[in-house]
Design a protein around this ligand. Structure first.
Ligand SMILES: Cc1cc2nc3c(=O)[nH]c(=O)nc-3n(C[C@H](O)[C@H](O)[C@H](O)COP(=O)(O)OP(=O)(O)OC[C@H]3O[C@@H](n4cnc5c(N)ncnc54)[C@H](O)[C@@H]3O)c2cc1C
Length: 373
């Protein structure tokens, strides 16, 4: 990662942080969620991140986008499960940083230590990209809220101690509120769903769950702002994760191409393979530069960077998918075997083009920002 790390986007402290995390992550024996117990793998990865101290950047202010972008690029390069553990702690913590009260923020030190696991629950069967369709209800009854309804496709189901959960508190379009949900409350049940790259994911069913009013984050009706503020911050880091997966694919592909003999030469000496390798590098550099630009502008005080974050997320995730596909192609049949690094990356990258705003949603955001200018 050195080539672009030395550019003026970063401070010396950020560069040292990335280098140290890279050494730590390279040496760590990360759990394999494909081995069968994805819940345990996630918790082990979380504990390891807590020990290294990297979660404080995800779950405390000031939130340095450049530091967090470097963290995700490095973690994704070494282990998808480590990147996921980082991302879910951030997704659970950022709503509290934006609007939580002191009592709610008391869980953050344990989250930073990796002792407590967080999650973010917004998607419902009838409300994904279109969040105006959210339908899980939170009805105020005396000092409590009663939750009824269902979430699905939620990461960390079965392992999270708390979710930030978004529920409808009025019929107005933006009548959505955010709650800190203790997952031990009666009336909650969880059902696993299995994603393409294994990690704990599933449904949350709320059957008259009684939540104290103190679980409300911010005020009633603040939920959409909190959700969009959180996703807006996370989007640039999703781009960074995609770049980490893609950079790993390119490194592994170069190693393979230099070793593999065919037609009296190495694969790396074949002109068509060289053309593909060159395009992989160009796409990766472009993605990383777009991501670093978004992070630099966020940290420079802009904070709201929908265009830069949208361009970074869209291009980085799409380019990463292309780069990983080409890497697998050049690896040949062994690349397509279950358990090869190329096959693993091929599965890891796929959901990033869908979650936290699908590529098509980013295109809409970019166009609408340009048209406003
Ligand atoms: C591995 C994984 C982990 C996830 N983790 C979480 C989590 O922790 N918490 C959580 O709440 N959710 C999570 N999700 C859910 C994710 O956020 C949703 O899948 C995503 O928002 C898309 O919603 P949807 O699946 O309902 O697709 P839909 O909204 O039905 O969209 C389907 C497709 O339509 C296209 N599309 C969407 N909008 C437009 C448009 N305006 N114009 C043209 N085409 C469009 C896109 O190609 C999109 O992929 C996760 C999903 C996956 C796959």
């Amino acid at each position: 990662m050195e080539d672009l790390l030395t550019l003026p986007f970063f401070t010396d402290a950020q560069r040292s942080f990335a280098r140290e995390l890279d050494v730590n992550a390279r040496q760590h024996d990360w759990p394999d969620p494909d081995a069968g117990d994805d819940a345990q793998a996630l918790l082990d990865a979380l504990k390891a991140l807590g020990k290294v101290g990297v979660l404080k950047h995800a779950a405390s202010e000031p939130w340095s986008m450049r530091t967090n972008v470097l963290a995700r690029e490095v973690l994704a390069y070494h282990a998808g499960i480590a990147d996921l553990a980082w991302a879910m702690q951030a997704l659970g913590a950022v709503p509290l940083l934006i609007a939580g009260d002191d009592e709610q923020k008391r869980i953050l030190p344990d989250a930073i230590a990796g002792k407590l696991c967080l999650g973010f629950a917004i998607t419902e069967p009838d409300a994904g990209s279109d969040l105006s369709k959210l339908n899980l209800r939170a009805e105020r009854v005396g000092d409590d809220y009663i939750l009824r309804g269902e979430k699905h496709l939620v990461s960390n189901v079965g392992v999270a101690d708390y979710f930030v959960l978004f529920a409808r508190t009025s019929d107005e379009r933006r009548g959505v509120s955010a709650f800190l949900l203790d997952t031990t409350l009666p009336g909650l049940s969880f059902e696993q769903q299995r994603p393409i790259s294994p990690h704990p994911l599933g449904r949350i069913v709320c059957d008259n769950v009684k939540l104290p009013a103190s679980a409300l984050i911010g005020n009633e009706g603040d939920g959409m702002g909190i959700a969009l503020g959180t996703l807006g911050r996370m989007r640039t880091t999703v781009a960074a994760a995609a770049n980490g997966f893609a950079r790993r694919a390119l490194d592994e592909c170069l190693k393979h191409a230099k070793r593999r003999q065919m037609f009296g030469k190495t694969l790396a000496e074949m002109p068509i393979a060289q053309g593909i390798l060159a395009e992989m590098r160009a796409r990766l550099d472009a993605s990383r530069l777009l991501t670093y630009r978004a992070a630099y502008e966020f940290d420079g005080g802009k904070q709201r960077i929908p265009l830069q974050a949208g361009v970074a997320k869209w291009q980085s995730t799409e380019n990463a998918q292309w780069i990983i596909d080409k890497a697998l192609q050049l690896a040949g049949g062994v690349g397509a075997l279950h358990g090869s690094i190329f096959e693993r990356l091929y599965r890891e990258i796929r959901p990033l083009r869908i979650y936290e705003g699908a590529s098509e949603v980013q295109q809409l955001v970019i166009a609408s920002e340009m048209l406003k200018e």
